[in-house]
Write a protein that binds this ligand. Structure first.
Ligand code: NI
Length: 173
């Protein structure tokens, strides 16, 4: 298995629409495994294909954070959603920042699993949040795109500071 290079903002791949994924052969199995490996290696709970520069409707996630309990979701579709909650979210493509995002708390979802079989599931709370975050990636939308004006500028400034701090290796105060 290979670790994929995670694209970080403002990489153009993160702002693109993605295409349906239609093949489930050995090369695809390898890609799904590589995405899972990359997610764990980065301490993420989800990773969408565009974050690896692949413009396909694929993401992996593991809301329980337990190895072996991860999901591969291909061509996911939210059939219905309800409830609403606000919580902080981070993103592997925006290291160093987090923001409060309003999300639905319950989703009815259809997707294809790693073998191409059509699945239907109900996701609640944190699982529902992770799925909505990853679905955003498939539509070229990032955390910061939930905000405009001053709040967005503030987040981008924090992001630049975090990036600069990482470059110099100096602890932030
Ligand atoms: Ni993300």
């Amino acid at each position: 298995m290979a670790k994929l290079k995670i694209r970080i903002y403002p990489d153009p791949a993160l702002a693109q629409e993605t295409a349906p994924h239609t093949t489930f052969g050995p090369a695809d199995q390898q890609l799904f495994d590589d995405m899972i490996e990359t997610m764990y290696a980065s301490d993420g709970v989800g990773l969408a294909a565009p974050q690896a520069g692949i413009l396909k409707r694929i993401f992996v996630c593991c809301p329980s954070m337990k190895r072996g309990e991860e999901f591969v979701m291909v061509n996911p579709r939210i059939e219905s959603s309800s409830g609403e909650a606000v919580d902080a979210e981070g993103c592997l493509s925006l290291p160093g920042i987090s923001a409060d995002i309003t999300r639905a708390t319950t989703l009815e979802l259809t997707y294809q699993n790693r073998y191409g079989n059509l699945c239907r599931t109900t996701a609640k709370d944190f699982f529902a949040r992770v799925i909505q975050h990853e679905m955003d990636h498939l539509n070229g939308k990032l955390l910061i795109d939930h905000f405009s004006g001053r709040k967005r500028e503030e987040l981008l400034k924090q992001y630049d500071l975090a990036k600069a701090a990482e470059k110099t290796g100096k602890p932030r105060t």
